[in-house]
Design a protein around this ligand. Structure first.
Ligand SMILES: [Fe+2]
Length: 392
């Protein structure tokens, strides 16, 4: 994210002495992507960021997957997965819906504060379906609420502090997640035709220093377990939130889906106009309340389409989803439309949509370029009937 920010106390010149009022040197840490060749930030710690006093294995939540065979469209009912958020946190309680070698999609309802957490496999983009709270990070705090995307760069130490039950849709990349490249200038500024701009991105409030000692940090990293993952808990001698200042272009940020300005037209606009972020081999799109196609003979719901190169995962967050009427899809549903099979509106919804002037729908879509498999949660909340709904 090539948008410079700074917070707290930093020296006027990088890589020079920076001392506390009592004369102690702060420890400078560069957190950077692509081996010192891409975006980075410099953080100034009171302690030693490399110091640990103990380590043990963290048994990750079930990351095993089952192939989507026979090839079927699926309807996953996420609201069936958790009775409540009691005793559950956003990090250790998330349950795997769908995954491939590029991205994992999980869901959780959580009321508890999570442990400190660092995902060393890639960036995370967590969409908050409901609830409020604070994402506390080594860069500072990000208050969050419904409709927020929280983009957390790989290896950022953070924890989730819900105010009450939070419903979170967690998109974990094995790469970085960023605004679509076609919306960026050659130097990284969001362009005029982009559906959002830098003013819509909220950065951390500023570093917050904690004095606790012997603190656990849960690390998800590459390994030999299911999904090529493993987990480790490091015990560090002092709280990782010991940063007095930082600056740079790499940090967690929030973007609310209500700040996405929809791109509309006289006839149906293709899904890329709804794109909000991208990772390696996948894209994230959102369908927001909007005026629909205004050609006098327009058909507002989508045409049938065969995405020969992708699997399409739609999370229905709010409103009425016009194209899915009669299919059982509602709030809290996820549909999986796999590559190799054409899909489109439920037949009765086409005629019903004619003359519509606006759609009141909110959905988050992930399109992947490699096939997705079902995680344990995906299998357990599959309605088993959706694939046959176009033939009714
Ligand atoms: Fe589609």
């Amino acid at each position: 994210m090539a948008h410079y920010r700074h917070a707290g106390s930093i020296p006027p010149k990088r890589h020079t002495q920076h001392r506390s009022p009592d004369g102690a040197l702060y420890r400078e840490e560069l957190m950077g992507e692509e081996g010192f060749s891409s975006d980075s930030s410099l953080l100034y710690h009171r302690g030693v960021p490399s110091a640990i006093v103990d380590a043990r294995t963290w048994e990750l939540p079930d990351q095993s997957t089952t192939p989507n065979q026979p090839l079927l469209a699926r309807h996953l009912k996420l609201h069936d997965l958790f009775a409540s958020g009691d005793g559950v946190d956003v990090v250790t309680g998330r349950r795997l819906l769908l995954a491939n070698a590029d991205v994992r999609i999980s869901y959780v309802v959580a009321s508890e504060t999570s442990p400190l957490y660092r995902n060393a496999t890639g960036d995370e983009c967590v969409f908050v379906e409901a609830g409020t709270g604070t994402l506390e990070t080594v860069f500072g705090h990000l208050p969050f609420g419904p409709g927020d995307y929280l983009v957390v760069p790989r290896a950022t130490t953070h924890r989730w502090v819900p105010d009450g039950p939070v419903r979170a849709y967690c998109i974990e990349a094995n790469s970085h997640i960023a605004p679509p490249r076609r919306y960026l200038s050659r130097y990284g500024q969001l362009l005029e035709h982009a559906p959002y701009c830098e003013r819509d991105l909220r950065g951390p409030t500023g570093p917050e220093v904690r004095d606790e000692t012997d603190v656990e940090v849960f690390i998800k990293h590459r390994g030999s377990g299911p999904g090529g993952l493993a987990g480790t808990v490091h015990v560090v001698p002092q709280h990782p939130f010991d940063v007095v200042g930082w600056d740079g272009c790499l940090y967690p940020y929030a973007f609310n889906v209500a700040d996405f300005e929809p791109i509309t037209g006289r006839v149906h606009q293709p899904p890329p106009v709804h794109q909000v972020f991208e990772g390696s081999n996948f894209v994230i799109c959102n369908f927001v309340p909007r005026k629909v196609d205004y050609h006098p003979l327009a058909v507002p719901v989508p045409y049938y389409h065969s995405n020969v190169d992708s699997d399409e995962v739609m999370f229905y967050v709010d409103g009425d989803y016009e194209a899915r009427k009669g299919s059982g899809i509602g709030k809290g549903s996820v549909s999986l439309h796999p590559g190799g099979h054409s899909h489109g509106p439920q037949p009765s919804s086409i005629e019903a949509s004619l003359g519509a002037e606006s759609f009141d729908e909110l959905a988050v879509m992930v399109d992947t370029f490699r096939p997705l498999e079902l995680g344990e949660a995906g299998t357990s909340c599959d309605d088993g009937a959706y694939a046959w709904s176009w033939n009714r």
